[in-house]
Write a protein that binds this ligand. Structure first.
Ligand code: DGP
Length: 115
């Protein structure tokens, strides 16, 4: 756990979070500032600063993260309508929280532009 990391603090139960799923490796919770009716953040519990820090050996973790997002989209009832997965990486990628997270966004028609 990184002491100053807000997402690590949510994992540890030291900061509030509207948690929708957790297992031993992952946590999913609702974004505090949702961009759409459904906006979840899905994170590995281990502190990984960004996608750029993900090691080759963490392939399985990365794959499971995406499969979990797919399952949570089903649980949220947006699979048929469609949704978007986003990982912001680094400052120009718009990453504000330095703990790897996948945005699952849906529940409305999303814009065509990605950035
Ligand atoms: P990014 O720009 O990819 O780093 O997105 C960070 C997201 O995290 C942003 O949409 C707002 C959200 N966020 C920041 N702090 C908190 C928090 O304390 N709780 C929750 N639930 N979401 C947060």
């Amino acid at each position: 756990m990184a002491e100053q990391c807000i997402f690590c603090r949510i994992v540890a139960g030291e900061a509030p979070g509207d948690i929708v799923y957790q297992d031993k490796d992952f946590l999913a919770f609702r974004d505090i500032s949702p961009q759409a009716p459904i906006h979840l953040l899905i994170i590995p519990k281990a502190h990984i600063t960004s996608l750029a820090q993900l090691a080759d050996e963490q392939q399985e973790l990365a794959g499971r993260l995406v499969i979990l997002a797919k399952k949570l989209a089903e649980k949220e009832g947006i699979t048929e309508r469609g949704y978007r997965l986003v990982i912001n990486c680094g400052s120009e990628g718009g990453q504000l929280v330095p703990h790897l997270h996948l945005h699952l966004i849906g529940g409305r028609k999303l814009g065509d532009r990605l950035g």
